[in-house]
Ligand binder design. Structure first.
Ligand SMILES: *Cc1c(COP(=O)(O)O)cnc(C)c1O
Length: 364
């Protein structure tokens, strides 16, 4: 049986060595030694001035939005072709998501659709580097500067990637990474916000630690979203091996590309010069002789579990239906109803990837 994903683990003894210090110190959470070490290692790995760690990626994204101090009811332009966390992060801040369509070539937000959605209430753009396909950061940045908007990237899928040598963590006013167990790099659960502006340090610390600034000083109604020492220890171990992790995934993705690319009804999008990828996902758009839903069940009958990722669109979720732009994203609707992500993880055997390709080719 082949699942769509499988978490990578460090060597058991390596993790035990890493957590030994926690038994000695009895410091389990609240920005302890592992947290500080991991945070420093991430800053240099990602090449960003600031990293604020969170207990998970969703709360990191919610925190990034909260830290910018937008007025209640303000609008944020975003994509419906994403994990529902992206849209929830806007809504839960009492802000209004406005949906922009995606490009059929790489499934990221279509810069051509953004300006028509801008109103006097618009405060930010929140695009997603979906499947690790980088957004058109240059054009999105230019539109944001022209209209005085912030840009927050949901970079949950893009850890470890660079564009022309520049780490993806450097784009926009802030970028969020998820370190969930299913991601390329993980801390079991975990997340981070990366940014350059010193003014965001305090609001992000406030939002993840109850607004506590000192033993007798509470600045406002913050939440609790601290990363604990065990999560940080897992991160320290996994960061040592992230290059191997990506190399193994690249080899499997290579099998899929070689066998599937160029066949009738099979579209592998997202090609981009200058982008060093992390191979987190292998999305394929099936059309022509293929029926996506039929293929999904056929593969499952053969013990191969793929995902309709992302289906449905977040704009069709009950609370978001009818919001501005929700019914005007034909490209997102098309991709959402034709895409499957194939199994991809570091220790997926090349023979298994070959067998999956055989099944797909046979089913057309
Ligand atoms: C995983 C994911 C998140 C949420 O991260 P968690 O760490 O699971 O909370 C947000 N956005 C996208 C696109 C994701 O894939």
């Amino acid at each position: 049986m082949i699942q769509v994903t499988r978490s990578s683990m460090p060597d058991f003894n390596e993790f035990c060595d890493e957590i030994k210090d926690i038994w000695d110190s009895r410091w389990l959470t609240n920005m302890g030694a592992k947290h500080e070490q991991f945070c420093g290692e991430l800053r240099s790995y990602l090449g960003v001035p600031h990293v604020t760690l969170f207990s998970n990626g969703h709360l990191a994204l919610e925190g990034a939005v909260a830290s910018m101090g937008f007025p209640e009811g303000a609008e944020i332009i975003t994509t419906p072709f994403t994990f529902v966390s992206t849209t929830h992060a806007i809504w839960r801040n009492r802000l209004t998501p406005v949906f922009c369509d995606i490009r059929k070539s790489d499934y990221t937000m279509d810069p051509d659709g953004i300006e028509a959605l801008i109103t006097e209430k618009t405060c930010a753009i929140l695009p997603v580097h979906v499947y690790g396909n980088l957004c058109n950061t240059e054009r999105i940045g230019a539109i944001a500067r022209k209209h005085g908007l912030k840009v927050i990237y949901d970079a949950a899928h893009a850890f470890g990637e660079t564009l022309d040598g520049k780490n993806v963590a450097c784009f926009g006013d802030a970028s969020m990474f998820s370190f969930h167990a299913t991601k390329v790099f993980h801390t079991i659960e975990g997340g981070a916000v990366c940014y350059a502006d010193d003014a965001l340090v305090q609001p992000l610390d406030d939002v993840k630690n109850f607004g506590i600034r000192g033993p007798e000083e509470i600045c406002g109604p913050g939440g609790n979203a601290k990363m604990n020492e065990f999560q940080a220890a897992m991160g320290i171990c996994n960061l040592r091996h992230v290059h191997e992790e990506i190399a193994k995934r690249k080899a499997i993705a290579g099998v899929y590309s070689e066998r599937l690319a160029g066949r009738e009804g099979i579209l592998i999008g997202g090609d981009r010069p200058g982008l060093v990828r992390n191979y987190g996902y292998f999305p394929v758009v099936f059309d022509g002789p293929y029926d996506r839903d039929d293929l999904h069940s056929y593969l499952a009958e053969n013990d191969v579990f793929t995902r309709k990722y992302f289906y449905p669109l977040t704009s069709s979720v009950g609370c978001y239906r009818g919001l501005k732009g929700a019914s005007e994203t034909p490209a997102a609707e098309y991709v959402s109803s034709h895409v499957l992500t194939l199994p991809l993880y570091a220790d997926l055997a090349a023979e298994d990837a070959e067998r999956i390709c055989d099944l797909i080719i046979r089913r057309r």
